[in-house]
Design a protein around this ligand. Structure first.
Ligand SMILES: [Zn+2]
Length: 138
């Protein structure tokens, strides 16, 4: 299983993570998903309404609007991204809880340390199990 994302979309996520550092950033990945391949077509930045260094929640209204807009373009919400300030890219205990509400959706996590994105990883919860997705850029 893999997450395919264009370099410029990945760069916009990195810029977002650095801009709001040391808070967590979050946003949505819009595109198409089939047979374990998540194809990102668009990145939608969201505000982290927690304004927290250790947690995130995207503005619900923005999420609904983005899902509507994606549907109008024949796309769907295929993923969520967020950053981990001063730590690595992994699924935290809190992430694992929220993930249960968003199964079969790709979770892209960016670890930001020393004003640099040091690690990016993607995961999906499928059939009750968290699996890492290979990130393919291009
Ligand atoms: Zn997290």
């Amino acid at each position: 299983m893999k997450l395919k994302i264009k370099r410029r979309d990945l760069e916009s996520i990195e810029k977002h993570a650095l801009r709001v550092f040391p808070l967590e950033c979050c946003g949505l990945l819009v595109g198409r998903a089939a047979r374990g391949i998540f194809n990102v077509e668009e990145v939608v930045q969201a505000n982290n309404i927690h304004e927290s260094e250790v947690s995130f929640e995207a503005d619900a209204e923005l999420v609904y609007r983005a899902i509507d807009a994606a549907g109008a373009e024949g796309l769907e919400l295929i993923g969520i991204y967020h950053s981990h300030p001063n730590t690595r890219a992994y699924i935290s205990a809190a992430d694992a809880e929220v993930m249960k509400l968003w199964p079969n959706v790709a979770w892209l996590v960016a670890g930001v340390v020393g004003e640099q994105v040091v690690e990016k990883k993607a995961f999906v919860l499928r059939e009750g199990k968290v699996t890492e997705l290979k990130i393919e850029i291009g």
